[in-house]
Design a protein around this ligand. Structure first.
Ligand SMILES: [Zn+2]
Length: 203
C-alpha cells in the first residue's frame, strides 16, 4: 500500500491529475459513457492531447463540442462538491442537469445576440446564409507589468460555439491600441481559417 499525497476526492483511490479528474476517474468516465457523446478514447493521452483530439475532429459538430465543454465544467463542479460538501451527484443527475443547462444557454445566447445594441444584422441571420459568424474580441493588461494580451470567441449566427483563442500582444500600455491589435489578431485568424463574412464585436 502506497500513501497517495494527492488522492482523487471523487474516487479516493488514485492520484489526481487533470486527466484523471475530468476523464478517467470512475465517476467521470461513467458520466462520459452515459452521455454517449462521440469523444476520443482516454487511453494513452494526456488531457491536452485528448482535448485537441475532439476539437480538431471535423465529424464532431460545434454543438457537440459545446456539450463536451459543459460536461467538463459539470464534472469539475461535482469534484469540488466532493471536496467541500463530501458528496458526488449521481451521474444520471449530472447528465440531466448538463443537458438542461446547455439548452438554456443556447436559448439565452440567441436572445442576447438579438438584443445586442451593436448587432449589425437584424434579425438573427440564417446560419447557412452569407451572414457568417459573430466574433467577440477583447484586449487586456495583466499583472504589475501590464502585459498586454488578446482574446476572441467565434460563434455561428445561431449561437453555436465555433472557436476561441487568446495570446500575448506586443504594444505599450495603451488600451485603444491593444483593442485595435486584438482585432487584427482576430481578423487574421478568421481570414486564415476561411471566414469571409464576420460580425466583429469589441467588448
Ligand atoms: Zn478518481
Amino acid at each position: 500500500m502506497v500513501d497517495l499525497v494527492n488522492v482523487c476526492p471523487s474516487c479516493g483511490l488514485e492520484e489526481e491529475n487533470v486527466m484523471h479528474a475530468l476523464c478517467s476517474c470512475f465517476f467521470a468516465s461513467h458520466v462520459w459513457s452515459l452521455s454517449q457523446l462521440p469523444i476520443p478514447s482516454f487511453n494513452g493521452r494526456n488531457f491536452k492531447q485528448w482535448v485537441e483530439g475532439w476539437l480538431a475532429e471535423p465529424a464532431i459538430t460545434p454543438d457537440t463540442k459545446g456539450r463536451i465543454c459543459g460536461f467538463l465544467y459539470d464534472i469539475w463542479t461535482s469534484r469540488n462538491a466532493a471536496v467541500w460538501e463530501g458528496f458526488l451527484p449521481y451521474p444520471q443527475k449530472l447528465l440531466r442537469g448538463s443537458f438542461a443547462r446547455w439548452e438554456a444557454w443556447k436559448i439565452s445566447f440567441q436572445q442576447h445576440v438579438r438584443n445586442l445594441p451593436f448587432q449589425v444584422a437584424e434579425p438573427i441571420p440564417d446560419p447557412h446564409s452569407a451572414a457568417g459568424v459573430i466574433c467577440y474580441v477583447d484586449a487586456g493588461f495583466h499583472g504589475p507589468q501590464h502585459a498586454p494580451s488578446y482574446g476572441f470567441i467565434v460563434y455561428e449566427a445561431d449561437g453555436t460555439f465555433m472557436a476561441a483563442a487568446n495570446g500575448p500582444l506586443t504594444c505599450s500600455y495603451d488600451p485603444i491600441l491593444a483593442e485595435a491589435l486584438a482585432m487584427c489578431e482576430a481578423l487574421s485568424w478568421l481570414k486564415d481559417n476561411g471566414y469571409t463574412a464576420v460580425t466583429l464585436c469589441s467588448r
